[in-house]
Design a protein around this ligand. Structure first.
Ligand code: FMN
Length: 222
């Protein structure tokens, strides 16, 4: 697969087949993604992967926990407290498109919340990954996590696999910590659902849009 095909075909997949993921293949991809650049070559990404029984046990504990816990709290603001334009409209738009795909009316808050709970089942994916970072790291190193995750997503595509990044998991960091036992001082950034996309699931028909080039880039001399 060409890199450009991997880029074009990557999307956030939110419904997976239960087809298992080959363990050796996944280890190779997780290792290769670490070819991503990082400032000072700090390689600040730390990942924990769950599949099979450890994943099943964790998700069943999560299910019980979700029934009793509130919406959970992140240790960091996922979005700025008051999202200004154009970000606010972009966020609203993708949410609306997603619920439209599934025939859920935006006004139907309880249906939306019920759908969002799928995050905490990794959308049915056979593999769940958690990405951590050392608390001493700052904004620049957090951007390095993005480099790692973007590279991972493209390598997954090359292997015929898909993923969805999930900041939603940051709301339940105590539960995730209990499952993966991170090194002291490490904090959860996000989860990643990994597996084979369900081509028939309406939600996977969602095609996110992007702002036109001249909205985010300027060129001089070229
Ligand atoms: C760091 C990060 C965290 C995300 N967290 C979630 C999440 O918790 N749940 C979810 O459904 N999508 C999540 N997404 C997916 C975004 O909504 C998605 O990337 C965006 O809408 C663009 O769509 P695309 O990935 O299909 O191109 C996340 C994406 C990133 C990069």
């Amino acid at each position: 697969m060409k890199v450009s095909d991997a880029v074009a075909s990557r999307m956030s997949v939110r419904a997976f087949l239960d087809t298992p993921v080959d363990g050796a293949l996944l280890r190779r991809i997780v290792a290769e993604a670490a070819r991503a650049a990082s400032g000072g070559n700090l390689q600040p990404w730390v990942v924990h992967v769950l599949a099979g029984d450890p994943l099943r046990d964790f998700l069943s504990r999560m299910k019980l926990r979700l029934a009793e816990a509130g919406p959970g709290e992140t240790e960091f603001p996922i979005y700025p407290p008051s999202l200004k334009e154009p970000y606010r409209s972009r966020r609203f738009e993708i949410g609306k498109q997603m619920y439209d795909c599934m025939g859920i009316a935006y006004e139907d808050k309880s249906a939306r919340l019920a759908w969002l709970a799928n995050n905490y089942a990794f959308f049915g994916a056979p593999v769940g990954m958690f990405c951590y970072v050392d608390r001493d790291m700052g904004a620049a190193q957090w951007s390095d996590l993005g480099m790692y995750l973007a590279t991972l997503a493209l390598l997954l595509r090359e292997a015929g696999l898909d993923c969805c990044f999930q900041e939603a998991w940051a709301r339940y960091h105590p539960e995730v910590d209990a499952a993966v036992a991170p090194a002291p001082g490490h904090m959860l950034f996000c989860g990643v659902a990994i597996g084979h996309r369900d081509p028939d699931a309406p939600v996977n028909g969602l095609q996110s849009t992007r702002a036109p080039l001249d909205e985010f880039a300027t060129f001089r001399g070229i």
